[in-house]
Design a protein around this ligand. Structure first.
Ligand SMILES: *Cc1c(COP(=O)(O)O)cnc(C)c1O
Length: 427
């Protein structure tokens, strides 16, 4: 029974486009009505009809400790009592920046913003400003937020000038965005041959926005080489993989060093925070030290910083145990799903990186966006609908990764696998 959600959705649609403030929430990929959430508690979500779900979305990644974690909640409440925003510096910003620079070689300074979109948009401006060049390279299927120059999808135009993937984005604003295929180094080499104006290459080193599709280590190492040979900067967009794939995100997994890293999601623990970070030389170009402008009224918001600090310190205090536990649970879940799918003669490809997991209804492991496109989307939609009814909240699109949090137990996962076994038989 989701009567209250159905009514709430109708009411929302009257005053909010599509009834949602971010399109993927509308369940377009899977059909049905999105459930409206009343509250979260640890591993669980409760909707406004009183249904309970095990949550494998965790706000699309930010909540690594699950919902309403007491330490983060207390930090937020104590800080909020002192005022919500000042538009003046607080020591909390320095504290969170210190937590981050301590973790990464070659990262000396951090600038905080309010979303992942803003972090990436600003990182691109920084790369262009520092190199004095205009072109940027992005990979098909990677998502870097909804700013104009990054809202370019694939089509068939490999290594050609990007065409905008949304009305409202003038082609003039995306003509400097060059597209390459993920995990295809020849493609990128051609791109560097074609343009001598490449400021940076940006990548999701562990892509989570075409389902979970990790870049190979060799691919990333080759990009690093090409960037160095051509005087371009290399940006890791770790808005999703940061503090998720490992404590140091993809950086901790692949052993390739980017010039600029962007953060979001986990860094704010559920509050709106993004950040971009780099060496002191590169960051010296940023205003007010340098000429490259970037600003924000609510940037470094104290309540959001407090949530980030509480979350990162809690992760760091026990990082080995936490990431081992998260990785094991994520693997246990997808291995269980795979076993049950195989029993029901359903081809399923599964993978994990730390607390990120993915599964695809297809016969071969996809390594790029075009291959993900060959998955059985109708089967995924049915799986999603049925699992929701069984009380398991998975991301509502085959193009999204799943997220494990510390609050999810093996009991939750075992019962999820049992439910999936019942569902697979019906697919
Ligand atoms: C979510 C995401 C973004 C955008 O972040 P928002 O906070 O939604 O603006 C950018 N890059 C990646 C890799 C993401 O996963």
């Amino acid at each position: 029974m989701i009567t209250n959600s159905i009514n709430a959705y109708e009411e929302a649609k009257q005053v909010i486009p599509g009834g949602v403030d971010s399109p993927v929430r509308a369940f377009k990929g899977v059909g049905g009505t999105p459930v409206f959430i009343d509250r979260g508690e640890g591993a669980y979500l409760y909707d406004i009809d009183g249904n309970k779900y095990v949550d494998f979305v965790q706000s699309w990644g930010p909540l690594i400790f699950g919902h309403a974690d007491k330490d983060i909640e207390n930090a937020v409440i104590q800080t909020a009592k002192k005022g919500l925003s000042f538009g003046a510096p607080t020591v909390l910003e320095t504290e969170l920046a210190n937590e981050i620079v301590e973790m990464f070689d070659g990262i000396d300074k951090v600038r905080f913003v309010s979303s992942g979109t803003e972090a990436v948009m600003s990182a691109i401006r920084l790369a262009r400003g520092v190199t004095g060049r205009n072109d940027i390279v992005k990979f098909i299927g990677c998502y870097h937020g909804h700013s104009d120059s990054l809202l370019v999808s694939a089509g068939s135009g490999l290594a050609t000038f990007g065409t905008p993937s949304s009305p409202g984005v003038p082609a003039d604003l995306t003509k400097h965005t060059l597209l390459c295929e993920y995990n295809n180094i020849e493609n990128l080499r051609r791109c560097f041959n074609d343009s001598k104006d490449i400021a940076c290459v940006i990548i999701e080193p562990i892509a989570g926005n075409m389902g979970l599709v990790p870049a190979s280590r060799e691919f990333l190492a080759e990009i690093r080489k090409l960037c160095d040979e051509n005087g371009a900067l290399f940006i890791f967009d770790e808005v999703m993989s940061g503090f998720r794939a490992s404590l140091t995100g993809a950086c901790g997994v692949v052993d390739v060093k980017p010039d600029i890293i962007t953060f979001g999601k986990v860094i704010g623990a559920g509050m709106p925070v993004g950040a971009f970070a780099s060496s002191k030389e590169i960051m010296a170009q940023l205003s007010p030290d340098g000429p490259i402008y970037q600003a924000g009224t609510l940037s470094g918001n104290p309540v959001a910083m407090a949530a980030g600090i509480a979350s990162l310190r809690k992760l760091k205090a026990n990082s080995k145990e936490i990431y081992e536990d998260l990785s094991k649970k994520a693997k246990y879940l997808v291995d269980g799903l795979k076993t049950e799918a195989t029993k029901a003669n359903i081809p399923l490809q599964v993978d994990t990186r730390g607390s990120m997991f993915g599964f695809f209804f297809c016969a071969e492991v996809p390594t790029n966006f075009a291959e993900v496109g060959k998955c059985d989307f109708a089967r995924f939609a049915k799986f999603h609908q049925e699992m929701l009814q069984e009380g398991y909240y998975f991301a509502c699109s085959q193009y999204e990764a799943g997220f494990m949090c510390t609050a999810i137990t093996y009991e939750d996962i075992d019962s999820c696998i049992e439910a999936a076994a019942r569902v697979f038989i019906k697919l």
